[in-house]
Write a protein of this length. Structure first.
Ligand code: ADP
Length: 382
């Protein structure tokens, strides 16, 4: 019972009303048993004095006087009770409002400070009580603090993102500026090779901006997933026809190992193709000539697991947990030179999660190849 009262504001307010009523009743009862008879006697005595002073009236007048004496006594007792109830009401409302208004005022103050950018501000929550021992205002303060935590984290991510983007933009811009200055000063020849280098830097900038736009759309969830029943073999054939020539040119073998009888997956064909092309493209990029990339699939319970495995440069264990983080590159100089922005896998993860799937990577270490796996739900209609 005590806990119910402590954790419910409604009970506290109700009990304060009960306290006020009780004080009123007690004072009224006391007044009725002590002060009312005394007042009645006093009033009677003053009437007696009036009567003995020669103001004798008839029986009717005596009755009226008695009645007004009684009324005066009751009014006196009631006034006393009302005064006591008023004092009790002031005390109770002071106590209750201290419990209710105080925390709300603090919340208003802190929310203003947070709005002004002091994101570390938090509300104090009474004692070290467990969640089920907190009242509604404490719970509100708890949610308020959680909201402030999220805001602070988002702000950190936002700042980091702006820092990352500026860093990414700075490199190609510095290179373009360098080429241009060289051309203006006549240090670099105005040859097609110089223009080609400027062009490839601009190309990289454009890819970065496109990737960023795609990433922000993904992270904001501002895209539609058009789920359909899709045969995995169709996806793999599509990848083969798009990247086959590049694999041949690089001298890497592309093998598709999709078993017959594999159920269809429930997916947005274009989006999943994007994921598969990204993983296969990466595998091609990080596998030297003479290597092999295998796209395989297998059914596990109600999921299909698709794997893109390569015999390439592999990934050291310390990099594995970060590989899906945006702008993360294992060898920054190498991938930057080859045009990677470190966003591809972040987009792939976002796309797979929007299909209720999982994506992860395995690698036995540097030089030992890598395998990227992702799952998709089996389509209910085959
Ligand atoms: P990028 O555009 O740089 O390729 P990704 O997000 O696709 O960006 O990949 C992030 C980083 O993961 C790459 O820079 C690379 O270091 C590493 N990586 C991705 N795929 C492979 C792979 N198949 N083998 C080795 N490293 C890889």
């Amino acid at each position: 019972m005590l806990r119910t009262i402590r954790t419910h504001l409604a009970w506290k307010v109700f009990l304060s009303y009960v306290a006020v009523i009780l004080v009123g009743v007690v004072v009224l009862a006391t007044a009725a048993s002590f002060s009312a008879p005394a007042a009645f006697e006093r009033n009677l005595a003053s009437m007696g004095a009036m009567m003995s002073g020669g103001m004798m009236g008839n029986a009717q007048t005596a009755e009226a006087n008695l009645y007004s004496g009684y009324q005066m006594s009751v009014t006196e007792a009631l006034s006393l009770a009302a005064l006591a109830a008023l004092i009790a009401a002031i005390a109770a409302s002071y106590l209750v409002s201290r419990q209710v208004v105080g925390p709300i005022q603090k919340m208003v103050g802190i929310s203003h400070r947070i709005a002004e950018g002091e994101l570390h501000e938090r509300l104090k929550i009474s004692g070290n009580l467990a969640r089920d021992q907190l009242d509604e205002l404490d719970l509100l303060a708890l949610s308020f603090n959680q909201m402030a935590d999220k805001l602070e984290k988002t702000e950190v991510v936002r700042r980091q993102l702006i820092g990352d983007i500026s860093h990414e933009l700075r490199t190609p811009l510095t290179a373009i500026k360098g080429y241009m200055e060289g051309l203006i000063d006549g240090v670099l020849p105005a040859s097609s090779q110089t223009f080609q280098q400027v062009h490839s830097e601009v190309d990289r900038l454009q890819r970065l901006v496109n990737d960023l736009q795609e990433l922000s759309r993904m992270e904001a969830g501002a895209y539609q997933v058009n789920l359909k029943s899709v045969p995995v073999l169709k996806l793999v054939k599509n990848v083969e026809s798009r990247l086959g020539r590049q694999f041949e040119e690089k001298g890497i073998l592309l093998v598709a190992a999709v078993p017959t009888g594999l159920p269809n997956v429930l997916a947005d064909e274009d989006r999943i193709l994007q994921v598969l092309i990204n993983l296969t493209g990466n595998a091609m990029q990080y596998t030297p000539a003479g290597g092999k990339v295998t796209i395989s699939a297998l059914c596990e319970k109600n999921e299909v697991r698709i794997t893109v495995a390569d015999t390439g440069i592999g990934i050291a264990p310390e990099h594995l947990p970060h590989i899906f983080t945006r702008f993360y590159r294992v060898d920054k100089s190498r991938t930057r030179a080859s045009g990677g922005s470190g966003i591809g896998l972040t987009i792939a993860r976002s796309l797979v999660t929007s299909h209720h799937g999982r994506i992860w990577v395995e690698s036995a270490g540097e030089g030992k190849g890598s395998a990227f796996h992702f799952t998709l739900p089996v389509s209910p209609d085959k």
